[in-house]
Design a protein around this ligand. Structure first.
Ligand code: AMP
Ligand code: MG
Length: 397
């Protein structure tokens, strides 16, 4: 048996590192920046007003109340702003360029709002309500560093400094295939002995959440020739093939039968659920073969695929958050295997950790319990039982 950690490294090594590509901003959400982004403009690009009000010289309004002629009107977007003469005011809106000669903005609330003359009731200090060019970002400096995960704030900044595209680590193109003659797709009615296919739906959603591009082949029957015929032509466009089902110790193990001796190695991993696994290359394309039970699929995804895929796509923070929590009920675990159980973690007020209780039994077909879980309880290889009140390791999902 191979340890969970060794197998995780094996899967990560298989995927390597995805190359850089250029994508429009909207397609870059969630991806990792491949190069530093230097700002081509300063932010703000020009001195501008932080308020709706009047651009003035502070010296002219030092003895408020004072009435000044309004010499110009500057809405946001105006590009032909004239200098402010001494003893006058320009009406100005938020974001509009400050006229040369002005050194303060009086907000409209401190005036009578006049358009030909304005009476200002409060003195203004030099620099009041002015947003200075470059106080957010200076042109020529690095606005975003390589390795940054592009969330909405980062994409907003890229847009603000005038970029339409970004160099990012390319999303992995993943081909997902479910195997099993018993699998059918809704809305076809179930015949006795058949089940609705669900693994590909879960895997595709989980992979897309990581930023992958996913193609799905649902329900390949347990026939080696058919498996090869359906999957092989699609490999050319994939960076990774993920299969489910057909890798354990029974007969009709289609994935094992099709890929053994073709560059994919099958092994037992010291974990529960998700023991039977395979990985390697088929026609040069990385392949990870998961067992068929839905909970095994999800646990394998968490244990191996998620960290390997995130690493391949340039992420450095690839681990789920771990906390220690007190167990609300006793649990047992097979010797020599790391057990992952679905759980519900409740943080305790005023403490860093909290309490956790298992949901559903260890059975790897119990998918409904997973939907109520917010964590995985991890019982290490050398633990065979944990009592109520024991501290356990919890992976927050
Ligand atoms: P296998 O690993 O092929 O022996 O499958 C183990 C169990 O998981 C069996 O009960 C299968 O029916 C079930 N199973 C396999 N693939 C899927 C799937 N794509 N969706 C739902 N259940 C599946
Ligand atoms: Mg099967």
């Amino acid at each position: 048996m191979i340890s969970v950690d060794d197998y995780r490294d094996r899967v990560a090594a298989l995927l390597g590192s995805s190359p850089a590509t250029t994508l429009p901003l909207a397609a870059a959400a969630g991806l990792v920046l491949a190069e530093d982004v230097r700002a081509g403009v300063s932010l703000p690009p020009f001195d501008n007003s932080a308020m709706d009000g009047y651009a003035v010289r502070a010296a002219d309004v030092g003895r408020a109340p004072v009435t000044l002629p309004v010499a110009d009107d500057i809405p946001a977007g105006r590009v032909d702003v004239r200098p402010l003469e001494a003893g006058t005011a320009h009406r100005i809106m938020t974001g509009a360029p400050l006229p040369p000669g002005a050194d303060a903005v009086v907000m409209v609330e401190d005036t009578d709002g006049g358009t030909s003359t304005v009476t200002i009731s409060a003195a203004a200090t030099e620099g009041a309500h002015i947003r200075r060019s470059g106080e957010d970002v200076l042109s020529g400096t690095v606005a975003l560093h390589a390795g940054t995960v592009l969330g909405h704030a980062q994409l907003g900044l890229a847009a603000a400094v005038g970029l339409a595209e970004l160099r990012v680590r390319r999303p992995l193109r993943v081909l997902v295939a479910s195997t099993g003659t018993e699998l059918i797709d809704a809305p076809a009615p179930l015949r006795h002995g058949q089940i609705y296919e669900s693994n590909s739906v879960m895997l595709a959603a989980a992979l897309r959440e990581l930023g992958c591009e996913v193609e799905v082949v649902r329900s390949v029957v347990d026939d080696v020739e058919e498996f090869r015929k359906v999957i092989e032509p699609k490999l050319a466009d994939a960076d990774l093939l993920v299969t489910s089902g057909g890798v354990s110790a029974g007969a009709y193990e289609v994935v094992k039968d099709a890929l053994s001796g073709q560059g994919v190695e099958f092994a037992k991993i010291a974990m529960q659920p998700g023991g039977p696994q395979g990985c390697g290359r088929w026609q040069g394309v990385p392949v990870v073969t998961l067992p068929g039970n839905p909970v095994s699929v999800l646990v394998s995804f968490e244990a191996f695929l998620r960290p390997a895929i995130l690493t391949a796509m340039g992420h450095t923070d690839v681990s789920r958050r771990h906390v220690r929590a007190r167990l609300l009920e006793a649990m047992s675990s097979p010797a020599g295997r790391r057990q992952y159980r679905r759980g519900v973690f409740t943080p305790s007020e005023g403490e860093v950790t909290g309490v956790v209780g298992p949901r559903g039994g260890p059975g790897s077909h119990l998918l409904a319990a997973f939907t109520q879980a917010n964590c995985l309880i991890v019982l290490p290889e050398d633990v065979t039982s944990a009592a109520e009140g024991d501290e356990v390791d919890v992976l927050l999902l």
